[in-house]
Design a protein around this ligand. Structure first.
Ligand code: AMP
Length: 214
């Protein structure tokens, strides 16, 4: 099953993507995670991506497309995969479709996790990420056992630069301008499914699984 997760930043698509990847035993491919790993490892790609990410802007298509296309052609993706955070622009979607067509493949579902803008800013200011292992939490929805400390590795948690309120507002504008048109794109391809992302994360998950199972 080849799935794309759509939705505004902070809509919870990353959480759902991880849960779906576990359930269907297919890789979870998050372009945001790939960039963050590159930043942590000090690669050239990471350095380039960071300048855009810190400003709430999208990394240019040419730095993203080949990376994802190469990834989905790897052996572990033969049974399917979940793309989380890609595509984010129409040209990215077109380049993915073209690359998949070459290997006689296509996306089965684009899952749009819908959350109104007003909920997003609140949610994102509560997000916390581990400086060491990258695990993510939420002060209200996914609290750690000890405040400010990662459950997984015991290191400190931070509010990521791109989750700060001023950056979130910018990211929402970017989302509406550049990513939201993908909803129409996948509707026309008959692969769009929508879920209410304001519900509890387990309810959202059950709703997605039910739709995908039909
Ligand atoms: P995410 O963790 O998916 O919210 O991504 C964090 C940041 O990484 C975004 O705000 C963008 O700056 C960058 N990014 C991730 N995926 C993409 C993509 N497909 N196209 C452009 N920029 C991306």
């Amino acid at each position: 099953m080849k799935i794309i997760m759509l939705g505004a930043p902070g809509a919870g698509k990353g959480t759902q993507a991880k849960m779906l990847a576990d359930k269907f035993e297919i890789p979870h491919i998050s372009t945001g995670d790939i960039f963050r790993a590159n930043i942590k490892n000090g690669t050239e790609l990471g350095q380039k991506a960071k300048t855009y990410m810190d400003q709430g802007l999208l990394v240019p298509d040419e730095l993203v497309c080949d990376l994802v296309v190469d990834r989905v052609k790897q052996d572990d993706c033969s049974k399917g995969y979940i793309l989380d955070g890609f595509p984010r622009t129409i040209p990215q979607a077109e380049s993915l479709d073209a690359a998949l067509a070459e290997i006689d493949s296509k996306i089965d579902f684009a899952v749009n996790v819908e959350v109104p803008d007003e909920n997003i800013v609140n949610r994102m200011s509560g997000r916390r990420a581990c400086v060491a292992c990258g695990a993510t939490y939420h002060t209200v929805h996914i609290p750690t056992k000890v405040e400010g400390i990662c459950d997984r590795c015991g290191k400190d948690l931070i509010l990521r630069e791109d989750d700060k309120p001023e950056t979130v507002t910018k990211r929402l504008n970017v989302y509406h301008e550049q990513t939201q048109p993908l909803i129409e794109y996948y509707t026309k391809k008959d692969s769009l499914v929508e879920v209410d992302g304001t519900k509890d994360m387990n309810e959202v998950f059950d709703a997605i699984v039910e739709i995908l199972g039909k």
